[in-house]
Ligand binder design. Structure first.
Ligand code: NAD
Length: 423
C-alpha cells in the first residue's frame, strides 16, 4: 500500500488506551475484569512498543495473551506511534497514516528520561552511555556492563536510578563513582540523616560519591565515552556511564488541548482530563491527592501507575458519579543490596527520626532498622521505614493514612516505630 491509500484508513474504537507500559497494562486488565466478554473489540491499545518487547513486559504480555481470547477481543495496534491527537474531534493519527477515532481515550504515555544534552553536555548517543526506561535500555546496560568487567562506571544522578544502578553495578564488580549536584543522595525524599546512612552503606560496598558536582562534558573516542569531566576540574575515567537525571511526562500530543499541571495532564479525582472524553493515568497524570487536601501531584511510581489506571477504568465504565474520587496514599519503595525501604505520604513538615541510623560497621550482624516520620500541623504526614516487616510497613502506612495526631514530638521520637505499631 502506498502512503495515500493508508491515509484514507479510519476506524472507530470505543475505548482507546494510548501507551504500552505498566499503566496501560493495568488499565487493560481492569477493563477485561470489569467488561470481560461483554463487548468484543471495544478496546484498542496503541503502543509504539513492538510485540517482542511487549511479550517481555509481564502485564502487557498478559494482556496480549488475553487479546487472543475472542471474548476479550482487545484490538492491539503495536509498533505504531501516534503522531498527533485531536481532542475535539476525538481522533488519533498514527505513524502509519491511520486515523483512529474514539469515544473515550486513556492516555498512558508515561515519561521519558531527561537527557544530559538538556544540561549542555553532549554524548548521550555514545555506545557506553546508558539511560534506563525500557527493556532495550536495560539490555544495553547489561551488555555494556558485561563488556567491561572490573571497569569504571560513572553514575550521573543521585536519585532512584542512580542509587539502584550503582548498587547493581558494584555487586557486579564494576567500580562506581556517583556524581550529582545536591548535598546528598535522593534529595527529593531523604533527609540528610537518612541519606548519610545510605551513602555510608554504599561507601562500605565500594561506591565513591562526588557530591555538589556537575558533569560539564564527556570525552569520547571511537563512539565511546572514555572520561567524564566535572565542573570542579576533575576528570573521572569511564568505561561506562549510567545517567539518571530525572524524567519528563510525555504530554506533547496534548499540549494546548488539555489543561496541564506539574508537567503532566491535569485530571480530576476520576482521572478525567479537562476534556471529559480523555482520562490520564500513571506518570503522565497530575491528580488531586485527597490526603494532601486535594493538592495536585504527579507521582512517578509503579504503584501509582497501577492504581490510577484501575481507577480511571472503573470511573470510565461505571459512569458519572458511581465511582468516587481516587483516594491514593502516595507510596514509594526501593530495594538495594540487602536493604529495603518504603515511604508513605508526604515528606513535608518536621522530620522526626527513630531507630539506629548509625552507619553500618564492618561485618555488622543485625539488619538495619530505622525510619522517620514527617509531622505537619500536629499530625503524621509521611513515614519512611528501612528494614521493616510487612506488619510494620502496614502500621506506618496506617499512621500516615489516618494522619495520626502527634501531641509531643519528643515523645514520638522516643516511641519511634512503636508509635505506629502499638497505636
Ligand atoms: P530522580 O528524580 O529520582 O532523580 C534525579 C536525580 O538527578 C536527582 O537526584 C539529582 O541528583 C540528579 N540530577 C539532576 N540534574 C543533574 C545534573 N545536571 N547532573 C547530575 N545529576 C543531576 O530521577 P531518576 O533517578 O532519573 O529516575 C527517573 C524516574 O524513574 C523517576 O520517575 C523515578 O521515580 C523512577 N524510578 C523509580 C524507582 C523506584 O521507585 N524504586 C526506581 C527507578 C526509577
Amino acid at each position: 500500500m502506498n502512503g495515500l491509500n493508508i491515509r484514507k484508513l479510519t476506524r472507530f474504537q470505543k475505548y482507546v488506551i494510548l501507551g504500552g507500559g505498566v499503566a496501560a497494562g493495568y488499565a487493560a486488565l481492569e477493563f477485561v475484569r470489569r467488561n470481560g466478554g461483554a463487548s468484543s473489540q471495544e478496546l484498542c491499545i496503541i503502543s509504539d512498543e513492538h510485540t517482542r518487547r511487549v511479550y517481555r513486559h509481564f502485564i502487557l504480555a498478559l494482556v496480549l495473551r488475553m487479546s487472543y481470547l475472542p471474548k476479550n477481543g482487545i484490538v492491539l495496534v503495536l509498533g505504531t506511534r501516534v503522531i498527533s491527537a485531536d481532542v475535539r474531534q476525538k481522533t488519533l493519527l498514527t505513524s502509519s497514516g491511520e486515523t483512529i477515532s474514539y469515544k473515550t481515550l486513556i492516555v498512558a504515555t508515561g515519561a521519558r528520561a531527561v537527557k544530559l544534552e538538556e544540561f549542555g553536555v553532549s554524548g548521550s548517543d555514545a555506545r557506553n552511555v546508558c539511560y534506563l526506561r525500557n527493556v532495550e535500555d536495560a539490555d544495553k546496560l547489561v551488555g555494556v556492563m558485561r563488556s567491561c568487567p572490573g571497569g569504571n562506571a560513572v553514575v550521573v544522578g543521585g536519585g532512584y536510578i542512580g542509587m539502584e544502578c550503582a548498587a547493581a553495578l558494584v555487586t557486579n564488580n564494576i567500580k562506581v563513582t556517583m556524581v550529582f549536584p545536591e548535598k546528598h543522595c535522593m534529595g527529593r525524599l531523604f533527609t540528610p540523616k537518612i541519606a548519610e546512612f545510605y551513602e555510608s552503606y554504599y561507601a562500605s560496598r565500594g561506591v565513591t560519591f562526588v557530591k555538589e558536582a556537575a558533569v560539564t562534558s564527556m570525552q569520547i573516542s571511537a563512539g565511546k565515552v572514555t572520561a567524564v569531566n566535572l565542573g570542579n576540574g576533575r576528570r573521572l575515567p569511564a568505561d561506562m556511564v549510567v545517567v539518571g537525571v530525572g524524567a519528563r511526562a510525555n504530554t506533547g500530543l496534548f499540549d494546548g488541548q488539555l489543561v496541564m499541571e506539574n508537567g503532566g495532564i491535569k485530571v480530576n479525582g476520576r482521572m478525567q482530563a479537562s476534556d471529559a472524553s480523555v482520562y490520564a493515568v500513571g506518570d503522565v497524570a497530575a491528580f488531586p491527592v485527597k490526603l494532601f487536601g486535594g493538592d495536585v501531584r504527579r507521582l512517578e511510581h509503579v504503584d501509582c501507575a497501577r492504581r490510577t489506571a484501575r481507577h480511571a477504568v472503573a470511573a470510565m465504565l461505571e459512569g458519572t458519579g458511581s465511582v468516587g474520587h481516587i483516594d491514593y496514599l502516595p507510596f514509594f519503595y526501593s530495594r538495594v543490596f540487602s536493604l529495603s525501604w518504603q515511604f508513605y505520604g508526604d515528606n513535608a513538615g518536621e522530620a522526626v527520626h527513630f531507630g539506629d541510623l548509625a552507619p553500618p560497621g564492618d561485618g555488622d550482624g543485625a539488619a538495619p532498622k530505622f525510619g522517620a516520620y514527617w509531622v505537619r500541623d500536629g499530625r503524621v504526614a509521611g513515614a519512611f521505614l528501612e528494614g521493616g516487616s510487612r506488619q510494620e510497613y502496614e502500621a506506618v502506612a496506617a499512621a500516615v493514612r489516618r494522619g495520626a495526631a502527634v501531641a509531643d514530638v519528643a515523645e514520638l521520637e522516643r516511641r519511634g516505630l512503636a508509635f505506629a505499631t502499638q497505636a
